[in-house]
Write a protein that binds this ligand. Sequence first.
Ligand SMILES: Cc1ncc(COP(=O)(O)O)c(C=O)c1O
Length: 461
Amino acid sequence: MTTSPGIELISVAQTSEERFLRQIFVRDQMAEWSKHPLLMAKADGVCYWDVQGKRYLDALSGIYVVSVGHNNRRVIEAIHKQFDVLHFSPPMHGSNPVAVQLANLLAELAPGDLNTTKFECGGAEVTEAAIKLARQYHRLTGNPGKYKMISRYMSWHGSTMGSLAASGLKSRKTVNEPLPAGFLHVFPPTCLRCPFGKQYDNAQCGITCATIIEQTIEMEDPATVAAIMVEPIGHTGGVIDPPPEYLPLLREICDRHNILLIFDEVITGIGRTGQMFAAQTFGVTPDVLCTGKGLSGGFIPISAMIVRKPIADAFWGPIETNPGFVEGHTNEGHPVACAAAIAVLREIVERDLCRNARERGAQLRAGFEALAEKYGCIADIRGKGLFLAMEFAEDVPTLRRFPASVNFGVRVGQRALQNGLLCRFDPHWIAFGPPLVTTAEQIDEMLAVLDRSLGEVLNDL
Ligand SMILES: Cc1ncc(COP(=O)(O)O)c(C=O)c1O
């Protein structure tokens, strides 16, 4: 068995498969995964090597996490230094200087008066915290009846029961039902296949996908609605990039009805869309911004909920009448995770990686467009910066999809993996989200592998 250099032999794939594979639950369907178990052993820059020594281009930043590249020495050194000074601080009694420094940095980088941060350890924790914050905010400001959450079908906000209830993926929800009450769902802005049968055409459609949310609020009773939570660009529905009017309209609707606007920027935050936050890309400041994934760079788990000053102020008052924000986790504000996140943010700011995301994103989009010309099976290219997807169709003019039995997008993604490229795949679309440090040559290399994989799958049909 060949292994990549420096890796102790982990005899997994070839020997005692049954014994090994039954020792771990993976995200995939287990029996299926065990046929070709993928075990990454080493990574550097924008590449992984598996336990067999095979190299993969990481066009997905792990899963939109590895923002500043694998094996980033600046972040690793910051972590080592922090370990030598303070590796844990008591979360019930206070915080630590690194967490305070990171909170200040986030306040500087976030738009508007988003200036107060609560740290968590992952995406589900942070969206769950935002739900609790919305309910507690209304309670503290004299509207205890406002508790309902509005979010979107096809969305993903995390695996805990609250974040799952807010999510809109039936395949992940049904098996866990019943879920907590008080969660409503609306259709996302999927312009290519508008759920209202309209065409965007310079907003001629009236942006029904946004205006209908106001009607939903009115039918529900605004006095019962606490917050709207959306991903600025929805991921799980196939990188649903809203028309420019959509998020500003949500902002107006929320303002009219005293409803908090929560952006789940667990994927879109930290440079991914070409600005530090998608809030800046779309020019809309939410009341609460949740970020995770890229903030840690994948080094030590951390996420952050950043809250606008007037909302945070509601939690500041005499102890007799104000309990503060009632929510917390053992590892929140972990000093080593905060030190890593500070180093990640410095890398992004000092190396102008948001600009790199815009430039490499434009290159990647052009490459996707060339593939659309070449193969005639790409109906749409969506996204911003280094967060881009292509949606497939068997017949592009009519948007007729490949039959479900073909599983086209999954086949493309799996072929790409065989050919040494990691991307996100689904039956009808694939997405790229490479590290923000990716170079022009590496984008070309990723595109070449995708080109080859698409060609091979089409040939096999
Ligand atoms: C938009 C979004 N929000 C929240 C989450 C949940 O994050 P985590 O898996 O870190 O709990 C995810 C995870 O994929 C996500 O994509």
